[in-house]
Design a protein around this ligand. Structure first.
Ligand SMILES: NC(=O)c1ccc[n+]([C@@H]2O[C@H](COP(=O)([O-])OP(=O)(O)OC[C@H]3O[C@@H](n4cnc5c(N)ncnc54)[C@H](O)[C@@H]3O)[C@@H](O)[C@H]2O)c1
Ligand SMILES: O=C(O)C(=O)C[C@]1(C(=O)O)C=C[C@@H](O)C=C1
Length: 355
């Protein structure tokens, strides 16, 4: 299969990650960005180069509010290319592209990799960002079959799992699985503003798990939420009603039925979470966790990671926790199940303490 010539417009988190992932597959993308500094940084990181051949496919990775106009510009600039975008909302962008360039609409196809981070910009880019993540593709009745094939091929090349649906089905689905979670995380973390420093220093993994995405870029999210306001508002209403029931039960736990109400909500949470597929498509997380104890001292983490690199183990994820007042750190490492036993054995044999 010959490699397509790819152009990426917008080299922040998504554009740089895509360039890095393609580069691993031997495809050198052409990069463009309105910010000269971001462009230079993405090139320095190895995401692609500034000039290249005429593209077969252009991937627009800019903020949602300018996506439709940049797509239109690219359709005009490259009259033979397929153009896609990766914006987190699809309906309004598709309608705007259709209105701005009716003659070229069949060469445009919306898409959205369900992969991201709470940080933006080229320096946040990761070559493995798309690995085993759904990459939603939203053709409509006018889309050329070649456009669908080209985006499906691109997603597969970077290890993502292409999924097809309409733009409106997409927007409804991501309201539930992405937009509502962002708002809930932000609302929760916003409460922390009122906590005392001493209280916050006690935070464990629960708070970290539920608040990570509260660090996301408000400018980006305002644009996403504006374009999917109807679906998100509907879900917020239902959540508000759940909250009202919970508050009433919590206000008077002695009232008959109150504990049952609270139990019902917690049980519904269990049912909901069990429906989230793991990173590799199974139920729950498919990784195993190995936790090592390190000294809370300069160089301790580096020594551990260097050792793990030397024994050839790849970490899928890592989390570092400090116990307040104790001179140790807990390094929680996620690995594929096949290497968990080997990692534990080698660490212990070389003097590392595990918990
Ligand atoms: N952040 C995520 O987790 C995530 C995940 C999936 C999809 N997305 C979508 O990907 C797109 C990019 O998000 P990001 O997180 O990479 O943002 P980012 O802020 O990291 O990067 C955006 C880049 O676009 C450039 N840009 C802005 N306007 C431009 C224009 N008119 N022409 C050329 N370049 C322009 C900026 O200079 C910047 O380098 C958004 O549409 C977002 O909805 C984001
Ligand atoms: O994990 C994160 O930090 C994300 O930003 C991921 C996430 C998501 O909700 O899954 C956020 C928005 C994007 O449109 C796609 C992916």
């Amino acid at each position: 299969m010959t490699s397509p010539a790819v152009k990426i417009v917008g080299v922040g988190l998504l554009g740089t990650s895509l360039g890095l992932a393609l580069s691993r597959q031997g495809i050198g993308a052409t990069l463009e960005d309105q910010s000269p500094a971001n462009l230079r940084l993405a090139v320095d990181y190895g995401a692609g180069s500034i000039s290249g051949s005429e593209p077969d496919i252009v991937v627009v990775c800019v903020p949602p509010d300018v996506t439709a106009s940049v797509v239109t510009q690219q359709l005009r600039q490259h009259p033979k290319a397929i153009v896609t975008d990766v914006a987190s909302v699809k309906g309004q962008i598709s309608k705007a592209v259709s209105a701005l360039s009716p003659a070229d609409h069949s060469r445009y196809i919306g898409s959205h990799p369900m992969a991201g981070r709470e940080k933006g910009g080229p320096s946040a880019g990761r070559a493995d960002l798309f690995y085993a993540r759904p990459w939603i593709i939203t053709p409509d009745s006018e889309t050329k079959p070649e456009a669908l094939d080209a985006v499906r091929d691109l997603a597969l090349r970077v290890g993502a799992l292409p999924v097809e649906m309409s733009a409106s089905e997409h927007d409804e689905a991501v309201a539930l699985v992405s937009h509502l979670p962002q708002l809930v995380s932000s609302l929760l973390a916003a409460r922390l503003v009122f906590g005392e420093e001493g209280q916050l220093s006690l935070a464990g993994q629960g708070l970290r798990d539920t608040s990570r995405i509260a660090a996301s870029d408000p400018n980006l999210w305002v644009q996403i939420l504006e374009q999917n306001s109807v679906a998100v508002a509907g879900l917020l209403k239902q959540l508000g009603s759940d909250l009202a029931h919970l508050s009433a039960a919590m206000e008077d736990v002695a009232k008959p039925g109150a504990l049952a109400e609270i139990h019902k909500l917690l049980t519904a949470g269990n049912s909901g979470v069990s429906r989230i597929p793991g990173k590799h498509g199974g139920k729950g997380s498919s990784y195993q966790i190995v936790t090592a104890v390190i000294e809370d001292a300069p160089g301790a983490l580096a020594a551990l990671l260097t050792f793990i690199g030397e024994i050839g183990v790849n970490l899928e994820d890592i989390n570092l926790e400090h116990s307040p007042g104790a001179p140790i750190g807990l390094v929680e490492m996620q690995v594929v199940p096949e290497v968990a036993a080997l990692l534990s054995e080698k660490l212990q044999a070389n003097g590392w303490r595990l918990v």
